[in-house]
Design a protein around this ligand. Structure first.
Ligand code: TPP
Ligand code: MG
Length: 316
């Protein structure tokens, strides 16, 4: 753990802040109408992307779903590629044809995200199968939400991965909601209990505890890589904004006040900052990281937007 603190804490903060600022930039500019695709932001859910970035290995693969900006960036996906994709430009990571829910950057092993809930889960299992057949030493991250575990294909996929001993890690970001419906109204038995029957190693992470997730990710990765076995990590998390779009929808009251307060006290950036302070990393250092990141994110977005406006002018 001490090693983690010394070597990784700043990197963890940098990625978490970078992912948050990138999505805030999207939210702040969305109302202009230049981004014309539905956009599911993961502001508040930066823990998983930040942890993933600490295990950077472009030969490890990843797939994701509709809320995938963080996973794409955490895996090292190109920021101009993301912003250009949102603006529908040919220079976007999917050639401008896919928008926010169809991201890809194979140069860093991010093999794609799609809009159909649970759609990429079996694709990830297929990739893990190919890795095993090719006798490679890599793993596949399969990112999904709690809602996706209600699709039959999730159970088929974990069954197949367990049966065939495939090197993949299912990372379930459980934000307790599928659009407006909470987990209790949708599932009668805890996910962990259902998973038990499939004989897959299962880990739970709660309360944005990044040290705990780092440790569990390490164990899961070592295990999956060496034993060629799947693992599941369920990460309790929280999205700050509406299901789809740049606004808060807390006034709709589908998430009760205590739930919202509990999570706002667990903000991942604030959590990491507390740990940075404990490790005598100064406010000045943190501010410099923030300023440098703000500059990169803002200038990359502006550049992308200008390209979009120029294209719009030409087509008029
Ligand atoms: C097969 C399918 N059913 C329904 C939808 C509509 N839909 C889009 S996102 C979503 C909720 C998914 O919840 P979850 O997997 O928990 O992800 P979260 O949005 O919470 O990140 C639904 C129902 C869809 N895109 N695909
Ligand atoms: Mg959810």
């Amino acid at each position: 753990m001490t090693n983690f603190k010394k070597e990784k804490l700043l990197d963890l903060y940098k990625t978490a802040y970078f992912v948050r600022r990138s999505e805030e930039e999207i939210a702040n500019n969305y109302r202009k109408g230049n981004i014309r695709c539905p956009t599911h932001l993961s502001i508040g859910q930066e823990l998983v992307p930040a942890i993933i970035s600490l295990f950077k290995n472009n030969s490890d693969l990843a797939v994701s779903s509709h809320r995938s900006h963080g996973h794409y960036l955490g895996k090292g996906g190109s920021l101009p590629g993301l912003f250009d994709e949102l603006h529908g430009l040919e220079t976007g990571c999917s050639g401008g044809n896919g928008g926010s829910m169809h991201l890809i950057d194979t140069s860093v092993g991010f093999m794609g995200s799609t809009a159909i809930v649970a759609n990429t889960i079996p694709v990830g299992v297929g990739l893990a199968s190919a890795i095993k057949l090719d006798r490679l030493n890599n793993v596949v991250y399969i990112f999904l939400g709690d809602g996706a575990t209600e699709e039959g294909v999730f159970y088929e996929s974990i069954h197949y991965a367990s049966l065939k001993k495939l090197p993949c890690i299912f990372i379930i970001e459980n934000n307790n909601f599928s659009v407006y419906t909470n987990l209790k109204s949708r599932q009668n038995i805890p996910l962990s209990q259902k998973i038990k029957g499939f004989g897959i190693k299962y880990f739970l992470n709660e309360k944005n505890n990044f040290l705990d997730l780092y440790e569990k990710m390490n164990i899961a990765l070592d295990y999956s890589r060496s034993a060629k076995e799947p693992a599941i990590i369920e990460v309790m998390t929280h999205r700050y904004l509406e299901h789809c779009g740049p606004n808060s929808d807390d006034h709709l009251n589908y998430r009760d006040k205590t739930f919202l307060n509990d999570w706002s006290n667990l903000d991942i950036l604030e959590n990491i900052k507390l740990e940075l302070n404990k490790n005598y990393i100064s406010e000045h250092t943190i501010n410099s990281i923030n300023e440098e990141t703000d500059l990169i994110v803002k200038s990359t977005f502006t550049e992308s937007e200008e390209k979009f406006l120029l294209k719009l002018k030409k087509t008029k």
